[in-house]
Design a protein around this ligand. Structure first.
Ligand code: NDP
Length: 452
């Protein structure tokens, strides 16, 4: 049977665009459908605008610190959200254009339309037009979810933050994950009065406990009103504000309530189950190590598979898919030792096992130090840095690196290479320190602080 295309990609996010582009570069006929804006979550309403907001929010501290370094700055510098927002959206449009051009210049046919799977080789566009392809790649990403409770319709999500007409004076952020914790820092830095409510004992569940504590303390130090073991019972709209009743019965009024309580895969109404593709309990497309579904012509990558919800992982999954399906080189995606950064303030970079995970697995040594870095110490700022290595007693391999510091995201990228290569503590020790830096502590810690 002759198909219209060799590959039809549904979803123009980081993973889908990369897979489509590379398949086309290898001589295959490719189409891609995107129902919203090219670039997906990362470019349009995730990593990119978030990071720009992190940069913007950090100036409030820089202005204060500048005085300690001899600069004469106004006592109350002001931030104009509308000016920043306009420039941020210009940048997103520019990046969206780059993504579109990448596809165009690589001869990928783009449909600005929703596409739904009809059967193993057919998709239907919004206008009813049917397109056939030898292989279909589902790369539709995910969306934020707000749990169902009285008044939940008043909650906004991270999608809405980038589009706000005005910044609220006072916001409640619910959740203790990446998004809630990052936006608590961002909005606090931009001058918003931030309360973060998390239902558990400590934010950033699943990460290294010591690091979580240092981050939470740093956030509180910077002004976030962090309320642990706290959850919302209901929200009432009162004029232009929102009265939140917490589960302990207390009430408080906020200008906005933002929920960052996880994301769900975008598979609703996509026709996958009718086409024979299995979905998991969160609606995710069930795939094997090669991103293949149970239907031989249908694959899925990125957040829609709910494996690791990170852009570079989706891109890798897209590349491995192209290798497997179009280059005759079956390639599993390597999900082991993925370094990542959480752009909280203070920033967090992490790779490998937490102390808790490692200790449950084998005898370990922990090398850790917390200190006030030179730049903050000089400025009289209390911020503390954490540098931590989790080391196997038996193999001496560094099983995990956890850094809480300015630039931790940049540092962990480099430490990630060493850990991925299987570096031992002695390899770290054999590396000469770069002085004066914070990261030099990673190669100068001599004695373990704990041993199991
Ligand atoms: P996360 O899964 O990280 O966090 C969800 C949070 O919401 C948890 O604290 C969870 O609590 C809480 N929660 C879940 N359900 C409820 C509920 N019904 N009521 C109250 N609280 C609830 O999700 P995010 O939305 O923060 O982020 C989604 C994903 O996006 C991340 O997992 C990450 O992979 C990716 N991401 C990555 C970033 C980066 O790399 N820097 C930045 C932003 C997002 P509990 O812990 O108790 O379950």
């Amino acid at each position: 049977m002759a198909f219209d295309f060799d590959l039809f990609v549904i979803g123009g996010g980081s993973g889908g665009v990369r897979a489509g582009r590379v398949a086309s570069q290898n001589g295959f006929k490719v189409a891609l459908a995107e129902e919203f804006r090219m670039g997906g979550t990362c470019v349009i309403r995730g990593c990119v605008p978030k990071k720009l907001m992190v940069f913007g929010s950090q100036f409030s501290e820089s202005f204060i610190d500048a005085k300690s370094y001899g600069w004469d700055v106004p006592t109350h510098p002001t931030f104009e959200w509308k000016n920043f927002r306009a420039k941020m959206h210009d940048e997103l449009e520019r990046l969206e254009g780059i993504y579109r051009n990448l596809l165009k210049n690589n001869d990928v046919t783009v449909y600005d339309s929703r596409a739904v799977v009809k059967d193993a080789h057919t998709v239907v566009l919004r206008d009813g037009h049917e397109v056939t392809a030898k292989t279909i790649l589902v790369a539709t990403g995910g969306h934020p979810v707000v749990p169902d409770f009285e008044g939940s319709q008043y909650a906004i999500t991270s999608n809405d933050i980038f589009l706000l007409e005005e910044l609220p004076n006072k916001i409640l952020i619910v959740g203790g994950g990446y998004i809630a914790s990052e936006f608590a820092g961002i909005l606090n830095g931009l001058g918003v009065e931030v309360t973060q409510a998390y239902r558990g004992d400590q934010i950033l569940r699943g990460f290294d406990d010591e690091a979580r504590k240092v981050i939470a303390e740093g956030m509180v130090e910077k002004g976030v009103d962090l309320r642990l073991n706290t959850d919302v019972a209901k929200i009432d709209k009162v004029a232009d504000t929102f009265c939140v009743t917490f589960k302990d019965g207390s009430e408080e009024t906020f200008d906005k309530v933002m929920y960052a309580t996880g994301r769900r895969p975008n598979t609703d109404g996509l026709g996958l189950e009718d086409a024979g593709v299995a979905l998991g309990k969160s609606g995710e497309v069930v795939v094997d190590d090669y991103s293949a579904t149970g239907v031989p012509s249908i694959y899925a990558i990125g957040d829609v598979t709910n494996r690791i919800q990170l852009t570079p992982v989706a891109i890798r999954e897209g590349m491995a898919f192209v290798e497997t399906v179009f280059k005759g080189n079956p390639t599993k995606v390597d999900h082991d030792l993925v370094p990542s950064a959480v752009f909280t303030q203070p920033e967090f970079g992490t790779v490998g096992l937490t102390e808790e995970e490692a200790a449950a697995q084998e005898p370990i040594e922990v090398y850790a130090t917390t200190f006030k870095p030179m730049n903050h110490s000089f400025a009289g700022r209390p911020d503390r840095v954490l540098m931590k290595l989790v080391v196997s007693k038996e193999t001496r391999k560094v099983l995990g690196v956890h850094i809480v510091a300015d630039g931790a995201g940049e540092m962990i990228q480099m430490a990630g290479i060493a850990v991925k290569m299987g570096a031992t503590k002695e390899d770290f020790d054999a590396t000469v320190a770069v002085h004066p830096t914070m990261a030099e502590e990673l190669v100068t810690m001599k004695e373990p602080v704990r041993s199991t």
